[in-house]
Ligand binder design. Structure first.
Ligand SMILES: Cc1cc2nc3c(=O)[nH]c(=O)nc-3n(C[C@H](O)[C@H](O)[C@H](O)COP(=O)(O)OP(=O)(O)OC[C@H]3O[C@@H](n4cnc5c(N)ncnc54)[C@H](O)[C@@H]3O)c2cc1C
Length: 316
């Protein structure tokens, strides 16, 4: 029986893939396997089994230390062959984007990266991803015998999990240490930001006239208990760090509340906020495209609205 193999370097993402993969496998009459690699592989394997993987291939070869992408690609290629995988679905994480191409090359496969949806159509899996800078959605199926899909984190919802262990398989891996020598790791400069996990997100755009005005937005975030994100220019100008970027080139956020301040609503930004539960926009231009996305729109100058909103929230 052909198989679907899933893998991500982020466990939360790997669980999403295992859960969704089980549904795909059932629809296509395939098996579902997961790969757990590196020093935490044993603990990860138990979780992946609970989330749907029938078999979990556990790789703890010393060459996997640090999960360098060249070694992971080789390990996954060997596991895919041992599992009889027809589909390899990996997370389109920062490392996953690089992994997809390397893995596809080793498997003689074609790859679709940055997929924002995967569905079963007939006897195929079909993936969609943004193309032309986010202006269009391309829908693609792959015709090579083995197919590699890299899927954006949070693409799949995880439902009820039935605790049960997948069968642990120890693959016969033959790996050589990475050609990349890890010299040093250090935390990113600036405060740690996790926009993925933010329940409330305030995003600031080019409506902000100067960097010195950022505290106005930070006060709103503090009053609202929100994380701060931004559009691309603010990162390009180095007003805010790259890990605050929301959109095509940054985080796809999924907060309960998203509030935009001085953001026009170009597609490259809105692809990152489309799954927010409630979208609120403040913009002085009543024709700004962001209002088409918003559940609530406020036409006004952020320099008047944001401080007033902050004060009102503080009084609550
Ligand atoms: C390949 C590619 C990838 C990209 N990836 C991303 C991405 O991941 N994320 C991203 O955000 N962008 C991305 N971009 C850039 C994107 O195309 C837009 O340029 C960007 O999102 C626009 O940012 P903005 O809304 O802040 O600025 P603008 O489009 O300039 O809009 C500013 C808005 O602020 C309003 N405004 C001005 N002053 C005030 C005020 N005082 N009060 C209230 N409103 C005010 C204006 O009316 C206007 O609507 C990408 C572009 C490309 C080509």
């Amino acid at each position: 029986m052909a198989d679907i193999l899933v893998y991500s370097d982020l466990l939360t993402n790997a669980k999403e893939l295992a859960y969704a993969g089980k549904g795909f496998a059932a629809a296509l009459g395939m098996g579902i396997s997961a790969a757990a690699l590196g020093p935490n592989a044993d603990a990860d394997a138990a979780e992946l089994g609970a989330y749907g993987a029938d078999r979990v291939f556990v790789g703890k070869d010393p060459a996997l230390e640090g999960l360098q992408t060249d070694v992971v690609a080789e390990a996954l290629a060997q596991i895919a062959k041992e599992a009889g995988a027809e589909y390899v679905i990996i997370g389109s994480t920062r490392r996953g984007k690089e992994l997809a191409g390397r893995l596809a090359q080793k498997l003689g496969a074609a790859a679709v990266t940055d997929a924002g949806s995967v569905v079963v159509e007939g006897s195929d899996l079909v993936a969609s991803h943004f193309s032309y800078g986010g202006a269009t959605v391309a829908k693609e199926k792959v015709n090579t015998p083995i197919k590699v899909f890299a899927v954006m984190p949070k693409t799949f919802e995880v439902g009820d999990v039935v605790a049960g262990a997948g069968t642990v398989v120890t693959p016969s891996l033959s790996l050589t240490p990475s050609a990349v020598k890890l010299v040093e790791t250090k935390p990113k400069e600036g405060a740690a930001v996790n926009l993925d996990a933010a329940d409330r997100l305030v995003c600031i755009g080019r409506g902000l006239a100067k960097k010195e005005d950022l505290p106005m937005v930070e006060s709103l975030c503090a009053a609202l208990g929100a994380e701060m994100g931004c559009t691309k220019s603010l990162c390009d100008w180095e007003w805010l760090s790259e890990n605050r970027l929301v959109g095509l080139s940054g985080t796809k956020a999924k907060p309960t509340l998203y509030l935009s301040c001085g953001i026009s609503g170009q597609v490259q930004h809105t692809v990152g906020i489309g799954t927010s539960k409630i979208i609120v926009a403040i913009n002085k231009d009543d024709k700004a495209p962001i209002f088409a996305f918003a559940d609530y729109g406020l036409v006004g100058d952020i320099y008047a609205v944001v401080p007033a909103l902050t004060e009102a929230l503080k009084k609550k």
